[in-house]
Design a binder for this molecule. Structure first.
Ligand SMILES: [Zn+2]
Length: 261
């Protein structure tokens, strides 16, 4: 599914739509409109305006509009794909089909120059919202300060992995990134979040930033070193131990019993 690295690529793609006059919007899929908005509101808010700023917070893509118009928030759920001017932002991602089935088009913004920004989502778990409440999300995992990360984890008995994936506390990490980061940092995803020492949190933050940078360069959250071992009987690429496969925070989790403590 799209995690923050994929949405970051979507943001860079959407940046190419800035300054282009919006002449029409297809927001006819009522299910896809969130936050109590409807088709007429979305069309009325966007047509005649341009996108002026592209931003991202965690997995939420934000496009501010001209003339004090609203901010458009796009969420990609499990399978959402962003397409600009007929070209997918990311080719060949594993989590979704890149077949261009018109039935999967959930939201389209048409520009005066003939181009269009399309959100395709086979499973329809993403959404579109005007002025989404950004404060309901924690700080972005790529920007979180040490103080912020300590606040996310401290005094919590929740499993470390569940806490890191709680978007209200820390925005952006999904299942694959979290497993990769904890594997690299050597922390057991099931241990209590609050059991990390101050030095542990600092080390985790360093690993988190490095992992995001490296996997971003490689092309996405499925490019981790642990990825090929994510199957029953898979072994740790570092020490050869058979990986544990558990459900933590509701998600299938792979970790090494040998070096993750
Ligand atoms: Zn290991």
């Amino acid at each position: 599914m799209p995690e923050m690295l994929e949405v970051e690529v979507y943001r860079q793609t959407a940046a190419q739509s800035l300054g282009r006059r919006i002449v029409a919007v297809d927001a006819s899929d009522a299910w896809f409109l969130k936050g109590g908005t409807d088709e007429a509101s979305v069309v009325g808010a966007l047509v005649g305006r341009t996108f002026v700023t592209d931003r991202r917070r965690g997995k939420l893509l934000l496009l501010d509009t001209s003339e004090d118009g609203p901010t458009l928030g796009l969420r990609f759920g499990m399978t959402g794909v962003l397409e600009l001017d007929g070209v997918d932002a990311i080719d060949g991602l594993e989590y979704s089909s890149h077949r261009k089935d018109p039935a999967w088009e959930r939201f389209v913004v048409y520009f005066e120059d003939g181009g269009a920004l399309r959100l395709r989502d086979p499973r329809r778990l993403g959404g579109v919202e005007l002025d989404p409440d950004e404060e309901r999300l924690g700080p972005d995992a790529g920007d979180a300060s040490l103080t912020q990360l300590r606040a996310v984890l401290s005094e919590s008995n929740a499993p470390l992995k569940a806490r890191l994936m709680d978007q209200a506390r820390l925005a952006g990490l999904g299942n694959l990134l979290t497993d990769e980061i904890l594997w690299r940092a050597g922390f057991d995803p099931a241990r209590a979040a609050g059991s990390l020492t101050s030095d542990d949190v600092a080390a985790l933050r360093r690993t988190m930033r490095t992992t995001l940078r490296v996997l971003g360069r490689r092309g996405g959250s499925h490019m981790g070193d642990l990825q090929d071992s994510r199957h029953r009987g898979g072994v740790c690429p570092t020490d050869g131990a058979v990986l544990l496969r558990r459900t933590i925070g509701g998600r299938t989790t792979y970790s090494c019993p040998q070096h993750q403590r």
